[in-house]
Design a protein around this ligand. Structure first.
Ligand SMILES: Nc1ncnc2c1ncn2[C@@H]1O[C@H](COP(=O)(O)OP(=O)(O)OP(=O)(O)O)[C@@H](O)[C@H]1O
Ligand SMILES: [Mg+2]
Length: 262
């Protein structure tokens, strides 16, 4: 059984078919990339998995469970965490506070216990702090731990968003363009982190990315979308040299010249 399975999923926005009869399977332990030109429907696929949208037809299963039966707030409890194309953080809060938000799904004590500051509450707080400190160390966020998000450079905010998702200790991490807007050095770091997230933390990664260099280095499997439909699927090399993919990115001329998507 695959960890994540989409079967014949279609979503329309009025007259526009944003996702068109899409089937895909992500296996546990994989780093899987969704690629495609702007407007192909990549972020919409993430929004479907997160239950922000409900498809017209099709099914989405995670670890055998029917995701479409869940409300959006229940999805993180399944063990699915995500980052957003346009970074969604609490800008007036610190890095540490934002990372602690990622622990929300693990909060077990109720409000009364918290008000009375019972030992169970203190034990739980220690556990959350510990999980967050691990993330801070892993992503080298120590210098920024008490900084407010609003004053931080873009590249650091992206790392904090990754950290918030990791703090929830997910089984599946959805990364929407993790390298967009990053410098060459920051992209290199992102590459090592994604490698480690899979190898050492055992987390499955589904990412949307335009940087085919990064995709080629970290991903096992790639699915190319255009106009919401699957164009090709395979290894990064297979997908990059697929005629339909070259045509979607570069036009028909590039195919006849034997092009490859860079
Ligand atoms: N909430 C919405 N209402 C109407 N149309 C939408 C909505 N969200 C996305 N779309 C449209 O659906 C299509 C797919 O959008 P989506 O954001 O999924 O593309 P994408 O592949 O993530 O593109 P990009 O690489 O630019 O981020 C686009 O034509 C977009 O304009
Ligand atoms: Mg997008």
């Amino acid at each position: 059984m695959s960890l994540l399975e989409l079967d014949s999923v279609t979503l329309k926005f009025g007259g526009l078919t944003a996702v068109n009869d899409l089937s895909m399977s992500v296996e546990e332990g994989q780093v899987f990339a969704l690629v495609g030109p702007n407007g192909a429907g990549k972020s919409t696929v993430f929004n479907l998995i997160s239950r922000f949208y409900t498809p017209v037809t099709g099914s989405i299963r995670f670890d055998g469970k029917d995701v479409l039966k869940m409300a959006p707030h229940e999805v993180p409890n399944l063990g699915i965490a995500r980052t957003f194309q346009n970074i969604e953080l609490f800008h007036q809060a610190t890095v540490l506070q934002n990372l602690l938000v990622g622990r929300h799904r693990h909060r077990k004590t109720n409000m009364i216990a918290q008000m009375l500051h019972l030992p169970s509450v203190r034990a739980e707080e220690r556990e959350h702090r510990h999980a967050v400190e691990e993330v801070i160390d892993f992503l080298d966020l120590q210098p920024y731990r008490n900084s407010r998000i609003a004053g931080l450079p873009y590249g650091v905010r992206k790392v904090v968003e990754l950290g918030r998702a990791l703090a929830s200790k997910p089984r599946l991490l959805l990364l929407d363009e993790p390298a967009s807007g990053l410098s060459v050095e920051e992209t290199q770091n992102m590459r090592w982190w994604i490698d480690d997230i899979r190898r050492h933390m055992g987390i499955t990664v589904l990412m949307v990315e335009h940087d085919m260099g990064l995709v080629g280095k970290v991903c096992d499997r790639v699915l190319a979308l255009a106009d919401g439909a699957k164009l090709a699927e395979g290894t990064p090399a297979e997908v990059q040299s697929h005629p339909k993919v070259i045509e979607a990115y570069l036009g028909t001329n590039a195919v006849s010249k034997g092009g490859k998507v860079a």
